[in-house]
Design a protein around this ligand. Structure first.
Ligand code: CDP
Length: 788
């Protein structure tokens, strides 16, 4: 596509601007790694082979002898500036570079600064580190046992590896409901550690300009403003004040939550640039990205569900152990250490529920990021959808009928869940019915029964998930104290063209298109005349960034509110120009006309021109507005997915034959983008269901540290996704829209897992932890006596 000849493709203006910026390699790309500055230096990082070890000595002599190597930076160097530790998003502490010991395999140990990438890599290979291994704790259950080695010896009073205990809900009422229940089911469910693996790894170019005393950092971040504030708070004592820091997120090759945290590489690059006055580039390689960046999931869950004899669900009880690695660096709103896990009653009208979560330290990388998910919602959805399926099978009720019976009904909205959330709107039965009709559910059940008679293994799995996206409201949601609102600033220029800037940051979701569409719809200015910009803290209004599908619910709403402010002023100017009362004007997209005299009108372009050339006396010139939107509630998108699998009884391989996804994200701004979001999200849901897992051996060696072992689905493994939607607008969002970016990733794994268990239920299989690999299924089949 020739971007310059298709300006109507919203958002591409953003890329054109970057391409014309001489700092980027012309024609090559617009990503951080494409930033080129004169005199640039390069960082490479030395990483630990041990999961837990004392650092005895770091010998830098051979590294410094490598041609082009300028310095080797260690924890002791950073300690002089008190920059060897940094705060995590959950107010724990994380090493930038270690002084005494390493806590996980692949942890940063030292950094080499050189004049070229190759010299930096050679230098890193030549740094010799002597370690004294310490006992390693990998299993979070063992980490909490009495006598387990205490890992966080830096915390003076810490006597164990327990981080926090958190609980929510009515324990008494839940226990009573379980006491009275006719039927209960209980299951241990593990959601393994997985990794985002976005196409672009993390990296930055830090440039401290000594002449202007200003630090500019091009970096792969989903939340540029928050990063600027954190940098100012952490490094204010070395002279980095917030107005002298500029964070630029250029185009980003996928974020999915993995580009929310601050990684040590960013901090070291900034420190190196401040000390040398030169631009410093740090770009992770693929294995570093997989092995050391923040992980997702790693929840050990025990769930119980209670029901009456007739199949009415009554209560849910969950205990969870969260493995946080060596520090709690989860990307959660600060009030909620287990994120929004307590949305785990899902789409069901449960009268009582209680959730407990304990966090534990282990010798693994930090993290707990919301991998394409709103703060632990995937964990919540997987749990409730597996448990509901288990109960339905246990009661010998069709899982679709069982869901229909227990759904929160449309007339119950706004619905207050047993765990305190107020769901804005929903029609769960409508989505499930559409999915069943699309896939031909009744015929599939008949086919399954026939195949079962012939010994063939076919399963049908349903997931009827409810999401919770769009954090704020700010009274409940903050990250490190920063309230979770978001923003849009609009300036309409005299010739009627507009620029709109946002506090969010697209990583490929197409904000440039959809935000321009919102403005076009609200103001009647064609989308091609609107320049959308995000990701530059010197120009964009303050916002908390893009993750957890919050852009449409929060910044999309800000776009509508700011547009309406512009329109209000435009109305006043139009009234002046048309010599009419404001109330006598009618708005249709693009112009105000006098009621009853349609010929008497002023277009938004004429009004914009007048705002600078002929505005009423006493009114300020210009046509601009800004909105810092604090949502009154979250939005609750939902959907029903149905998956059909065939299981090969010889090899244990699971083939997804069909997958129908019906999503509801309220009013849709751009159907093609929403479909794209769902397609990508489904593949990202298939991945952990069947392929992805990062595990560790008992000495803390990572298994799955490269794409040879960490399996991503390719086009070959990915089925044809059949998508559709229902529309249930959000009553509180100015456009009736809800978020959608992560629905599919959240909802898909349970549909696939439920389908596999459904295929094997008659053999006595009750649960399989994801990823459902051929080896796991093969073993189960043999255990159940299936011979071929
Ligand atoms: O925060 P993030 O952009 O990841 O998620 P989102 O708000 O769910 O939006 C993802 C993309 O889908 C954006 O380009 C949205 O504008 C678009 N979208 C839409 O067109 N209609 C909706 N109701 C929701 C999202």
């Amino acid at each position: 596509m020739d971007l310059k000849t298709t300006p109507e493709v919203g958002g591409m203006g953003h890329s054109i601007r970057r391409k014309e910026d001489p700092r980027f390699i012309r024609g090559k790309g617009t990503y951080v790694d494409d930033v080129q500055l004169p005199g640039m230096l390069y960082l490479d990082i030395v990483r630990s082979p041990h999961a837990h070890a004392k650092i005895v000595k770091i010998d830098t002599a051979k590294a410094l002898a490598v041609k082009g190597v300028l310095a080797v930076i260690t924890g002791k160097d950073l300690e002089k500036y008190n920059l060897h530790w940094m705060p995590t998003l959950m107010s724990d502490t994380q090493m930038v570079l270690p002084v005494e010991k390493v806590m996980y395999q692949a942890q940063e140990v030292a950094a080499v600064l050189a004049t070229s990438r190759y010299a930096a890599a050679d230098g890193a290979a030549a740094v010799e580190v002597q370690y004294d291994p310490l006992p390693v704790v990998v299993d979070p259950k063992k980490a909490l046992e009495p006598g387990a080695p205490v890992l966080r010896t830096d915390k003076k009073d810490k006597k164990d590896n327990h981080i926090w205990h958190w609980e929510w809900g009515d324990r008494g009422a839940t226990d009573r409901a379980f006491g009275e229940a006719a039927v209960t089911v209980k299951e241990d469910i593990y959601l393994p550690r997985i990794h985002v693996a976005s196409i672009e790894t993390c990296g930055c170019v830090a440039h401290f300009d000594r002449v202007n005393d200003k630090l500019t950092v091009w970096m792969t971040t989903q939340a540029p403003h928050a990063i600027r504030t954190v940098f100012a708070l952490v490094a204010g004592h070395v002279g980095l004040a917030e107005h002298k820091i500029r964070i630029i997120s250029p185009d980003i090759g996928g974020g999915f939550g993995g580009k929310v945290p601050v990684y040590p590489g960013y901090v070291i690059a900034v420190a190196a640039s401040v000390l040398t006055g030169k631009p410093v580039k740090w770009i992770e390689d693929r294995m570093e990205n997989l092995q050391a960046d923040s992980f997702a999931r790693d929840y050990h869950i025990t769930a119980e569900l209670a029901a009456r004899k007739d199949g009415t669900l009554t209560a849910l009880r969950i205990k969870t152990l969260a493995d946080h690695g060596y520090t709690d660096a989860a990307a959660n709103p600060s009030k909620f250490p287990a994120g929004l896990f307590h949305v785990c009653t899902g789409s069901y009208d449960l009268k009582a529920a209680h959730v407990e979560v304990d966090g534990a330290y282990t010798n693994k990388p930090p993290g707990g990021i919301a991998y394409r998910c709103s703060f632990r919602v995937t964990e919540a959805v997987h749990t409730i959808e597996r448990m509901v399926d288990l109960m339905a099978h246990q009661l010998n009720i069709d899982p679709a009928d069982f869901r229909m019976k227990n759904f929160v009904k449309p007339e119950q909205f706004p619905y207050k869940s047993a765990l305190g959330w107020e769901y804005d709107s929903g029609n769960y039965g409508g989505a499930l019915k559409k999915a069943m009709d699309t896939i031909g559910y009744a015929d599939l059940r008949r086919e399954q029964a026939e195949k079962r008679k012939r010994g063939q293994l076919m399963g049908i799995g349903i997931s009827s998930f409810t999401e919770i996206v769009g954090a704020g409201p700010s009274k409940h949601f903050d990250i490190l104290g920063l309230k979770m609102f978001d923003s849009c600033e609009i300036r309409v220029h005299p010739t009627g063209k507009a620029i709109a800037r946002f506090g969010t940051k697209s990583q490929g979701q197409g904000h440039e298109t959809t935000y321009a569409q919102i403005l076009a719809e609200e103001l009647g200015i064609p989308a091609k005349d609107i320049q959308v910009e995000e990701g530059d803290t010197d120009t964009a209004p303050y916002g908390l960034g893009t993750y957890a599908s919050r852009s449409t619910p929060v910044a999309g709403a800000a776009a509508a509110v700011a547009s309406r402010k512009v329109r209000d002023k435009a109305r006043k100017i139009a009234a002046y120009l048309l010599e009419a009362a404001e109330d006598d004007l009618v708005w249709e997209p693009g112009k105000f006309s006098v009621k009853g005299a349609p010929g008497k009108s002023k277009t938004i372009q004429e009004i914009a021109f007048a705002a600078y050339t002929n505005h009423p006396q006493g009114m300020e010139a210009g046509l601009e507005a800004v909105s810092y939107y604090d949502p009154p509630n979250l939005t609750y998108p939902f959907g029903s997915y149905i998956c059909v699998v065939d299981v090969d009884s010889g090899t244990g391989e699971v083939k997804v034959r069909r997958f129908v996804a019906i999503d509801d994200c309220g009013n849709i701004i751009n159907p093609m983008i929403v479909q794209g979001q769902v397609h990508g999200g489904l593949t990202m849901g298939l991945a952990p269901a069947l392929f992805e897992e990062i595990s560790y051996d008992e000495t803390g060696n990572i298994q799955g540290g490269s794409f040879i072992d960490y399996l991503l689905p390719t086009a070959v493994e990915t089925p044809k996704w059949e998508t559709g939607h229902t529309v249930t607008p959000s009553p509180h969002h100015p456009l009736g829209a809800k978020g959608v970016g992560e629905s599919a990733t959240v909802g898909a794994p349970a549909a696939i897992a439920n389908a596999v268990v459904d295929a094997l239920w008659h053999l006595g299989v009750r649960h399989i932890d994801i990823p459902i690999t051929p080896a796991k299924v093969w073993k189960l089949l043999r255990e159940k006596g299936v011979t071929e």
